[in-house]
Design a binder for this molecule. Structure first.
Ligand code: ASP
Ligand code: MG
Length: 405
């Protein structure tokens, strides 16, 4: 079966006239003799409103019911698109997550897909043209509805493309592709024709919000051919692909930034074994994701400072946790700073080229920008700097790495 998956994000289907436009886009694929699975998000803003409804009802809602409310946005859009396609004479129907079914684990609000049962949708597609599957939704073995985390319909689309062995998975959104950096901040940002899974994974996890990070990891695992395209303009978009040999000498591909950062410094931590395990173990208990870490060993082996970053959204609970362990560990004090931004330079070039860190640090130094924390991976260097200068830093780095259009 010649099959493609098309995914439309919230801004692409924000109202009925847009949904009708999308229906015509889907029709074009049908006219090329493709069977089409469409994956839809909720209309833009709807999921946020649903979250508010729950919050206004209770501060401690049962998570299972929270997911029933949250998943409802995608129910509306899948059926509206089916209606719009019916209007164009196309044989289509909506499929809710539980009807497919898309089986997930029990972690409500951030459920993980375990299996997609493809039989019924395949049967349907043999005699019909389009199956519209609600994104973001799963169902547990006990028949309870789950959701896959914010931005989760990207993950739905990629998982569906893998399960149905689709020829490709097109992610339609309100930007026309993946850029070297955020074009709202750096006017000279360029659209990339292609990017490797690895690079996209780093960009997504370092704050570029085009795709949910999980969806990129999934695409990489199952070799799903992925494209990011504009819903509003007929442009080529960005292809996300496997690394090619000749890409090795490719340049730095992009610069990402993340505003959701908080820096915590514990000072006067006794310099003895087990302290870091104690501190980060306590944070892990609350699923707080620690990102950058610096610790220097003290000269006299008495006390040291430990600095690390966490998502700013987890700060309140992190502060509470740290206070709880202060006596046990015996550090002197801790300070927090939310006036920080993480900037990351990403590119496969780093595997084989030297001097990238030098260029990065020199550029920041020449602009009098102080670096608080540094971390690296095989294809990424991140620095934490004051949020006062982050836009300036991004522009300078974009120029320094010859990314300007
Ligand atoms: N509607 C959900 C959200 O806003 C899922 C998605 O759009 O991907 O997070
Ligand atoms: Mg999205």
């Amino acid at each position: 079966m010649k099959l493609v998956v098309l995914k439309f994000g919230g801004t692409s289907i924000a109202n009925v006239s847009l949904i009708k436009k999308i229906a015509s886009k889907v029709k074009k694929e049908v006219n090329k003799d493709y069977k089409v699975i469409v994956v839809v998000s909720a209309m833009a803003g709807v999921t946020n409103n649903l979250i508010d409804l729950v919050k206004n009802t209770s501060t401690s809602p049962p998570y299972s019911e929270y997911d029933v409310v949250l998943s409802s946005g995608e129910q509306v859009t899948s059926a509206l698109l089916a209606i719009a396609l019916d209007n164009l004479g196309i044989k289509a129907r909506s499929w809710l997550g539980w009807q497919v079914p898309i089986m997930s684990d029990f972690s409500y609000g951030k459920a993980v897909i375990e299996e997609i049962k493809t039989d019924q949708v395949f049967e349907f597609l043999k005699k019909n043209q389009v199956a519209i599957i609600s994104g973001f939704q799963g169902v547990t073995k006990e028949n309870r509805i789950t959701t896959l985390g914010r931005g989760g319909s990207d993950t739905s689309a990629v998982a569906i493309a893998a399960a149905f062995s689709a020829e490709r998975c097109d992610i339609y959104t309100d930007v026309d592709g993946v850029y070297t950096t955020d074009p709202r901040i750096v006017k000279s940002a360029k659209k990339l024709d292609k990017i490797t899974y690895e690079e996209m994974l780093e960009l997504a996890s370092q704050g570029a919000k085009v795709l949910q990070t999980r969806s990129v990891a999934l695409a990489m695992k199952y070799n799903v051919i992925l494209r990011v395209l504009s819903s509003f303009e007929d442009l080529p978009g960005t292809s996300i692909i496997k690394e090619e040999r000749n890409m090795e000498k490719s340049e730095i591909i992009g610069i990402a930034h993340s505003l959701n950062e908080a820096k915590i410094t514990l000072s006067g931590v006794p310099d003895k074994p087990g302290q870091a395990a104690e501190i980060f173990g306590a944070l892990a208990k609350y699923s707080i994701n620690v990102d950058m870490i610096v610790q220097s060993s003290s000269i006299n082996h008495e006390a040291t400072d430990i600095t690390f970053t966490i998502p700013e959204t987890d700060l309140i609970i992190a502060e509470r946790t740290i206070k709880e362990i202060q006596n046990k560990i015996g550090f002197k004090k801790f300070i927090t700073d939310t006036n920080v931004v993480k900037i990351s330079v990403v590119g496969n070039a780093m595997k084989t080229q030297s001097g990238i860190a030098k260029t990065m640090f020199e550029t920041l130094a020449n602009n009098q920008i102080n670096i608080h924390v540094i971390s690296t991976s095989e294809i990424k260097i991140s620095v934490l700097i004051s949020s006062d200068y982050y836009e300036f830093a991004m522009r300078s780095l974009h120029t320094a790495f010859s990314l300007d259009a």
